[in-house]
Design a binder for this molecule. Structure first.
Ligand SMILES: Nc1nc2c(c(=O)[nH]1)N[C@H]1C(S)=C(S)[C@@H](COP(=O)(O)OP(=O)(O)OC[C@H]3O[C@@H](n4cnc5c(N)ncnc54)[C@H](O)[C@@H]3O)O[C@H]1N2
Ligand code: MOO
Length: 409
C-alpha cells in the first residue's frame, strides 16, 4: 500500500497537455487559453470623453473665460472635427473621441445654455473643473498597444472573454476538453429512471462523477457494466482506446464480485497502484493503458468515490487542460483552521468532511461534519470540503491549520 503523497506523485506523472483547438470566442468560457492575448490598440484607444457635456481648452478657463460658443456637437462614433479658435467649445457625448484643441470636459450638470438672436448656442460654466484633462479617459492610460493582457494557460472567465472581444480575438486557441468515460459497475445498480427493488439502488455515483467531471471542463459519456468479467472484457477496450480517461466506481475491493483490477490487467492496462493509505478510499486502483486512457477505478462507497474524485481525478482533469509550464488556478487545497479537536489513530491519511465558514478575522474555519462513514452520501450536502489529516499524527487539537480540498465555491 502506498502513501497519499506517493499516489499523488504517480497520478501527476501521467499528465500530458491535451491538444489545441480554435474556437469562436463565444464558445470559450471555461476553456484554457493556449495563446497570449495582447492589446492590439491602446486601452483606451483614443482620448475618450467620460461625461456628456462640453469640451473646452483648460487654458481658456484658467484665463477667466466662463462663456463658450458651441461650434458643433459630437456624438460617440463620429470622427472628431477641429475647432476654429481656442475659445470655442464642442458639445460632446460620453464615448466620443476628444477633438484636437480641447482637453477638458465639463458635464451638463455644471453648465447652462442659451441661444442668441442668430441662433448660435452658448454655454456658461457654473462650476469650474479642478484640472486640465478632467472627465477625459486618456489614450493608453490603462494598457498600451502590445501589452500582454491574458497569458497562455489562463482559464477564460467572462472578464477575459470581454477583453478578448475588445482586442478582436474572434477565434481563440484553447485546450480541447478532456474526453472522460464514466463507468458504474455493480449488479445492484439500476438506471436513475427506474424504481429500484428493495435490494437495489440507483446509479448515483455515475451521475455525480459526470457532474463533477463536466464542472472541471470534461466532456463525458456514461456507461454501466454488471459484475460480470465477460461483460467488462467485452466493453472496456473501446473505452480504453477512445477516451483520455476512464473513471470507474465500484468493484475494486476484496469482494467476490470485485473483478475490475484483474480484468483491467488482463486487458493490458498497466497497474500503477492499488490501495492507498487513506480513509475513505483505500481500495483506489489507478493504471494506464499504454497509448490509451488513464484509469481511475474509484471505490464504490459514494463518499469514497466523491472524495477520491476531488483529491486525484479533478486535479488531473484540470492539469491536462494546462499547457506545459502553467498550472490550474484553484486546483490546490487551501489552509483552514480546525474548530474542534479530532483523533484519528490509524497510520493513514484521513479525509475529513467539513463545513467551512470565514472567521471575523478572515481565516477559513473548518468544522467536522457528523458523517456516518463512506456510505453516508447525505453528509456531502452539509459539507463544503474535506480536510487532509496527515498520517503521522493522531491528535489534532482545535486551532490546527490543515489543507482543505473545497468542492463548493
Ligand atoms: N473485506 C474487505 N471489504 C471491503 C474493504 C476491504 O478492504 N476489505 N474495503 C471497503 C471499502 S473501504 C470500500 S470503499 C468498499 C469499496 O468497494 P468497491 O469499490 O469494490 O465497491 P462496491 O463493493 O462495488 O460498492 C461499495 C458500495 O458502493 C455502492 N455503489 C457502487 N457503485 C455505485 C454507484 N454507481 N452509485 C451508487 N452507489 C454505488 C455499492 O452499492 C456498495 O454499497 O469496499 C469495502 N469492503
Ligand atoms: O473507501 Mo472505503 O470508505 O475507505 O469505505
Amino acid at each position: 500500500m502506498i502513501s497519499v503523497a506517493e499516489a499523488t506523485r504517480l497520478v501527476a506523472a501521467t499528465i500530458r497537455p491535451l491538444g489545441v483547438e480554435h474556437l469562436s470566442l463565444s464558445l470559450t468560457t471555461g476553456r484554457v487559453l493556449r495563446e497570449d492575448l495582447r492589446a492590439d490598440r491602446d486601452f483606451p484607444p483614443f482620448n475618450r470623453v467620460a461625461m456628456d457635456g462640453m469640451a473646452v481648452r483648460y487654458e481658456a478657463l484658467a484665463a477667466g473665460q466662463t462663456e463658450f460658443r458651441i461650434h458643433h456637437t459630437q456624438f460617440a462614433g463620429q470622427p472628431p472635427q477641429p475647432l476654429p479658435e481656442a475659445t470655442a467649445a464642442v458639445e460632446i457625448m460620453t464615448g466620443a473621441m476628444l477633438p484636437p484643441g480641447v482637453d477638458t470636459v465639463i458635464r451638463y450638470e455644471d453648465l447652462t445654455f442659451r441661444t442668441d438672436a442668430d441662433g448660435q448656442r452658448w454655454a456658461t460654466v457654473q462650476a469650474l473643473p479642478p484640472r486640465a484633462g478632467h472627465n477625459v479617459h486618456p489614450q493608453a492610460a490603462d494598457r498600451q498597444q502590445g501589452d500582454l493582457l491574458v497569458p497562455v494557460g489562463t482559464r477564460l472567465e467572462p472578464a477575459e472573454v470581454a477583453v478578448a472581444a475588445t482586442v478582436g480575438a474572434a477565434t481563440v486557441a484553447v485546450s480541447r476538453r478532456p474526453r472522460i468515460a464514466v463507468v458504474s459497475t455493480g449488479d445492484e445498480l439500476v438506471p436513475i429512471t427506474e424504481q429500484p427493488q428493495a435490494h437495489q439502488i440507483r446509479r448515483s455515483n455515475a451521475i455525480m462523477l459526470q457532474a463533477a467531471a463536466e464542472a472541471a471542463g470534461a466532456r463525458t459519456e456514461i456507461f454501466h457494466f454488471d459484475d460480470d468479467p465477460a461483460a467488462l472484457r467485452q466493453g472496456l477496450p473501446a473505452l480504453l482506446a477512445g477516451f483520455d480517461a476512464v473513471v470507474l466506481s465500484g468493484g475494486v475491493s476484496m469482494g467476490k464480485a470485485d473483478f475490475l483490477p484483474e480484468v483491467l490487467r488482463e486487458l493490458g492496462v498497466e497497474q500503477v497502484f492499488h490501495e492507498v493509505k487513506q480513509r475513505p478510499g483505500k481500495p483506489f486502483w489507478f493504471g494506464q493503458q499504454p497509448g490509451g486512457a488513464v484509469v481511475f477505478a474509484l471505490p464504490g462507497n459514494p463518499v469514497s468515490t466523491f472524495v477520491n474524485f476531488y483529491r486525484y481525478a479533478r486535479p488531473w482533469l484540470l492539469a491536462v487542460q494546462q499547457p506545459a509550464g502553467t498550472s490550474a488556478a484553484g486546483a490546490a487545497p487551501v489552509p483552514a483552521v480546525l474548530t474542534h479537536p479530532i483523533d484519528f489513530k490509524p497510520p493513514m491519511t484521513h479525509f475529513l468532511l467539513v463545513s467551512l465558514e470565514p472567521s471575523p478575522d478572515g481565516r477559513l474555519l473548518a468544522t467536522p461534519e457528523r458523517a456516518g462513514g463512506s456510505g453516508d452520501m447525505a453528509s456531502l450536502l452539509t459539507s463544503s470540503g474535506f480536510l487532509e489529516l496527515p498520517p503521522e499524527q493522531e491528535h489534532f487539537p482545535a486551532g490546527t491549520v490543515l489543507p482543505v480540498w473545497r468542492f463548493r465555491g
